[in-house]
Design a protein around this ligand. Structure first.
Ligand SMILES: *Cc1c(COP(=O)(O)O)cnc(C)c1O
Length: 224
């Protein structure tokens, strides 16, 4: 199956209200262009060193999302162009993103990554850290970032009940923030949840943004 065929199959399953982010990590610019020519304009990468050269080489109407763990010292390389950072997991990172956004005279949209999986290896804020971050006095001073929602990753498991309950916990956090501390912020509306193996489940549970890689580009040949 070609990238274009895979992409069309995925798109056919996703409601028009849900944003598809094609996760192109480890895939060549040629493969990305196949998806681009089929109409896909939003791509996501998980490493700064892969994202920057792809941004430089590929058409400028592509919207690039950063979905992987981001170190503060690398924010400056993506700040001129990144459309959305899914993986904000500390106040320090948010402060650095704000600083670099200001230097570039832009506002950078961010999602707070919330830890919902039962595995030790997943990045993200736990409930206590999330609460501390959103109540921090510093947040109001960060005029060059906007928190537009949450991101989460379910456990790596075949058990749909586990995945569903992890998604539900994220949805419930999302709704309580949306009707609470973010109630006057209409742009707080995105829930980035769902990958190749679980995006249908994620959409059922209320995802607004799915991050699909291998189902579009084929299996990656090394682990990430
Ligand atoms: C790789 C990756 C994805 C996509 O994974 P697939 O299983 O290939 O769809 C989604 N989100 C993040 C954060 C990733 O690193």
């Amino acid at each position: 199956m070609s990238v274009a065929e895979n992409l069309n199959l995925v798109k056919a399953e996703i409601p028009a209200t849900v944003t598809l982010v094609a996760i192109s990590k480890t895939n060549s610019p040629e493969k990305i262009m196949e998806a681009y020519r089929s109409g896909q304009k939003i791509f996501g990468e998980n490493k700064v060193q892969e994202l920057v050269p792809k941004y430089e080489q590929l058409p400028k109407d592509i919207q690039w999302h950063m979905v992987g763990h981001l170190q503060s010292n690398k924010v400056k390389y993506i700040a001129p162009f990144v459309q959305l950072i899914h993986s904000v997991d500390s106040l320090g990172l948010l402060i650095e993103i704000n600083k670099q956004a200001l230097k570039n005279n832009r506002i950078i949209n961010c999602l707070l990554q919330v830890y919902i999986a039962s595995e030790e290896t997943k990045f993200g804020l736990d409930q206590t850290e999330l609460t501390a971050l959103i109540h921090s006095n510093e947040l109001d001073r960060l005029k060059n970032i906007e928190i537009v929602g949450l991101m989460g990753m379910a456990s790596f498991t075949n058990n749909p009940e586990t995945i569903k309950s992890e998604f539900r916990s994220l949805v419930s956090i999302f709704h309580s923030l949306k009707s609470g501390i973010f109630k006057d912020k209409p742009n707080f509306k995105e829930l980035s949840m769902g990958m190749s193996s679980d995006y249908l489940l994620a959409i059922q549970e209320g995802s607004t943004m799915v991050r699909v890689g291998s189902k579009i580009f084929g299996e990656r040949h090394y682990s990430v």
